[in-house]
Design a protein around this ligand. Sequence first.
Ligand SMILES: [Zn+2]
Ligand SMILES: [Zn+2]
Length: 229
Amino acid sequence: MICNYCGQMISRNLTIKEIFLPEKIAAEQLCLSCAKGFQLLEKKGSCLGCQRQLSTTPYCNDCIMWQRRYPEYDFHHEALFVYNKTMQEWFEEYKFRGNYRLRYSFAVFLQAYFKKKKNVLVIPMPISTERMKVRGFNQVEGLLDAANIAYQPYLVRFIDGDSQVQKTRKDRMALKQPFKLTKEGQEAIIAREVLLVDDIYTTGRTLFHAAQVILENTPSKLYTFSLSR
Ligand SMILES: [Zn+2]
Ligand SMILES: [Zn+2]
């Protein structure tokens, strides 16, 4: 086996669990030293709304602000990994340098998480057509594809968003609604449990915009998830 991230040989036997994984997923895992750099988020001691670590209060300041702005919304975001330096570098390589092979890096973790979300309509966060032309792939769909998770691309992004990285926190909070639903999506969402999936959760601004569009079409429940936060 070769590590999906650093390319080092992994010399160990497959575990029983791995033997039952699809071949490609079992083969494209992280080596022990890469895996060590990524830190799983802990539920304990983290914000109930967004899993931000080290919060001493039940909800962090961002979540308190969101609750004020969207009082009807039952907000409970879930994420798997801490957005630390290792994760930041990984996203550089995957998303901005376009190393599409890295979509497999977390497939095992994503499969385990989505196993608990049966009968849920999975909707990935979209990227704009301009962004698609530059990158060549939607990074969220790539992660889901690698983990064999079925999804529906019902959301459309008509204002580009990646330039957000350079924006200040205040600028980001003031952004306009950049999403809409496809016609098919508007009907499909009604009375369904929906899981909205993103790659990174930062301020929640993007996620809330997408959530708002989905909630207007009355799903029975809306969950949100990101690989990292
Ligand atoms: Zn490695
Ligand atoms: Zn929070």
